[in-house]
Design a protein around this ligand. Structure first.
Ligand code: NDP
Length: 452
C-alpha cells in the first residue's frame, strides 16, 4: 500500500465521519511524500501519525438562557493541535455546522499556516454549533459568557490564544474577553481581534482580506502583472470578504460579486467604496442579508442559493481573479470548470479550504495562479501574533507599521512557498510549496523536542 493509502486507512478507522479533516490531512500528506522519502528518519519517528493526532481536544457543554427565559444547550470545543513552535493559536467559529471533524480540519490547517508566518505560534481552533444569526445582543452575550466560563480553564496568553472566525467578530471577542477577565482576574492578551481601546492591534480586522490580496499581487508579479483593471469575484460578505474588496479597490481592481449563505449579488458596475460602506453597515451593524443590496443598487442582480451548500452560481461570471472568502468546499469541480471557462486565471483563498480536491486538481492542471488558504489567508493570524507581541510589550504600533509588516510577511510566505515548490521540482505549485515549507518547520521542531 502507498503512504497515502496507509494514512487514509488510519484516518477512516480512527475517525470515521470526519470527512473535512480527512480531506485536509490527505492533501498535506500527498504534498509531503517526496519530503518523507528524502528524510527516512521522519518515518521511524512516526511523524505523520504524531502530527495527525491533536495534542489535546476539549469538549464541553454550553448552557445558556434566551430572552424568553428558555434554556438552550450547545456544544463547545477547543482543538489544541500542535505546540511545537509556540502556544496554540487559531480562531473560534460559531456556526450550526460546527463539529469536531470541521474543527480538526481547521486546527490542522492552522498548524502549517502559522508555521509559514515565521512567527512563534502553534496551531489550534475551536468554537461551537451555536448560531449567532437572529439572536439578540443579550443572547449572544450570555452564550459567550457561558462558553468562556469553561474555556477559560484551558487557555492563557502563553498557552492558547483564540481569535475570531465565522460568526465570531468584534462583538463576540468583547463578550468573551470580559468573562475571561472576570473569572481569572487577569488582564492579559489571551484573545486577539480585540477592540483597539483595550489591547487590539490596528489592521487586525483588515488583515486576512488585505493579506489575501497582497498574496494575489505577489503571484501576479511573477507574471509581470498587477491587479490594476482586473475584474474579481469575491464570495462571502463578512470580515474577510469586506476587506478583500477594500484592498482590491485600493490596488485598482473591480469587484463584481459578494454573497452570504442565502444568495449572491452581481453588480456589473463594480462594488465601489460607497457601495462597500453600505455593505459594511448592512452586515456589521444592521446584521441584514446581502439581498438588501439590490434594493439600493438597482443595476445589480441577486441570485438566491437553494441551500447553504449550493453557492455555485457565484462562480459562473466572467472575471480575471476569484477570492473565495466564505467557507470550506464552496468551489467544487464544476465551479472550477466554470471559473476557467470564464477566464479566471488567479484564485487567492481568503477562506479555509474553499476548494474541493477536484477543483484544486483542475487549477493545478491548468497552471493558473492558485494560492491555497493556508498561505493566502495567513495575514490574519500573522497580525494576531503581532497583536500578542504588542500586548506583551504593553504598546501599540501605528496602522502604517502593522500594514508594512503584514505586506512583508505575505511577500515572505509567497517566496517561501515558491522556493519550496521549486526545490521539489514543482515550481509555481503553491499547494505543494506551502505544505512542504510549513511541514518541515513543524516536524523538525517536533524532532528537536523528543517524543512528547
Ligand atoms: P464571517 O462570519 O465574518 O463571514 C462569513 C461569510 O461567509 C458570511 O457572509 C456568511 O454568510 C458566509 N458563509 C458562512 N458559512 C457559509 C456557508 N455554509 N455557505 C455559504 N456561505 C457561508 O467570517 P469570516 O469572514 O471571518 O470568515 C470567512 C472565511 O475566512 C472562513 O473560511 C474562515 O475560516 C476564513 N478565515 C478567517 C479569518 C479571519 O481572520 N476572520 C482568518 C483566516 C481564514 P451568512 O451570514 O449567511 O452565514
Amino acid at each position: 500500500m502507498s503512504m497515502l493509502d496507509d494514512v487514509k486507512t488510519l484516518l477512516v478507522a480512527r475517525d470515521p465521519g470526519q470527512q473535512e479533516f480527512h480531506q485536509a490531512a490527505l492533501e498535506v500528506v500527498e504534498s509531503v511524500i517526496p519530503v518523507m522519502e528524502r528524510n527516512p528518519e521522519f518515518k521511524s519517528e512516526r511523524i505523520l501519525e504524531r502530527i495527525l493526532e491533536p495534542e489535546r481536544v476539549i469538549m464541553f457543554r454550553v448552557p445558556w438562557v434566551d430572552d424568553r427565559g428558555e434554556v438552550h444547550v450547545n456544544r463547545g470545543f477547543r482543538v489544541e493541535m500542535n505546540s511545537a513552535i509556540g502556544p496554540y493559536k487559531g480562531g473560534l467559529r460559531f456556526h450550526p455546522s460546527v463539529n469536531l471533524g470541521i474543527l480538526k480540519f481547521l486546527a490542522f490547517e492552522q498548524v502549517f499556516k502559522n508555521a509559514l508566518t515565521t512567527l512563534p505560534i502553534g496551531g489550534g481552533k475551536g468554537g461551537s454549533d451555536f448560531d449567532p444569526k437572529g439572536k439578540s445582543d443579550n443572547e449572544v452575550m450570555r452564550f459567550c459568557q457561558s462558553f468562556m466560563t469553561e474555556l477559560s480553564r484551558h487557555i492563557g496568553a502563553d498557552t492558547d490564544i483564540p481569535a475570531g472566525d465565522i460568526g465570531v467578530g468584534a462583538r463576540e471577542i468583547g463578550y468573551l474577553f470580559g468573562m475571561y477577565k472576570k473569572v481569572t482576574n487577569k488582564f492579559t492578551g489571551v484573545l486577539t481581534g480585540k477592540n483597539t481601546n483595550w489591547g487590539g492591534s490596528l489592521i487586525r480586522p483588515e488583515a486576512t482580506g488585505y493579506g489575501a490580496v497582497y498574496f494575489a499581487a505577489e503571484m501576479l508579479a511573477t507574471r509581470s502583472e498587477s491587479l490594476e483593471g482586473k475584474t474579481c469575484l469575491v464570495s462571502g460578505s463578512g470580515n474577510v470578504a469586506q476587506y478583500t474588496t477594500e484592498k482590491v479597490l485600493d490596488l485598482g481592481g473591480k469587484v463584481v460579486t459578494l454573497s452570504d449563505s442565502s444568495g449572491h449579488v452581481y453588480d456589473p458596475d463594480g462594488i465601489d467604496r460607497e457601495k462597500l460602506n453600505y455593505v459594511m453597515q448592512l452586515k456589521n451593524i444592521k446584521r441584514e442579508r446581502i439581498s438588501k443590496y439590490i434594493e439600493k443598487y438597482t443595476n445589480a442582480t441577486y441570485t438566491a442559493h437553494e441551500s447553504a451548500a449550493d453557492c455555485n452560481a457565484i462562480w459562473d461570471h466572467k472575471a480575471d481573479c476569484a477570492f473565495p472568502s466564505a467557507t470550506q468546499n464552496e468551489i467544487n469541480g464544476k465551479d472550477a470548470q466554470n471559473l476557467l471557462k470564464n477566464g479566471v486565471f488567479l484564485i487567492s483563498e481568503g477562506a479555509n479550504m474553499p476548494s474541493t480536491p477536484e477543483a484544486v486538481h483542475q487549477f493545478l492542471e491548468n497552471k493558473i495562479l492558485y494560492g491555497p488558504g493556508k498561505a493566502a489567508n495567513a495575514g490574519g493570524v500573522a497580525v494576531s501574533a503581532l497583536e500578542m507581541a504588542q500586548n506583551s510589550m504593553r504598546l501599540s504600533w501605528s496602522r502604517e507599521e502593522v500594514d508594512t509588516k503584514l505586506k512583508s510577511i505575505m511577500a515572505n510566505i509567497h517566496q517561501t512557498a515558491l522556493d519550496a515548490s521549486d526545490e521539489y521540482d514543482h515550481k509555481g505549485n503553491y499547494v505543494m510549496g506551502a505544505n512542504i515549507a510549513g511541514f518541515l518547520k513543524v516536524v523538525n521542531s517536533m524532532i528537536d523536542q523528543g517524543v512528547v
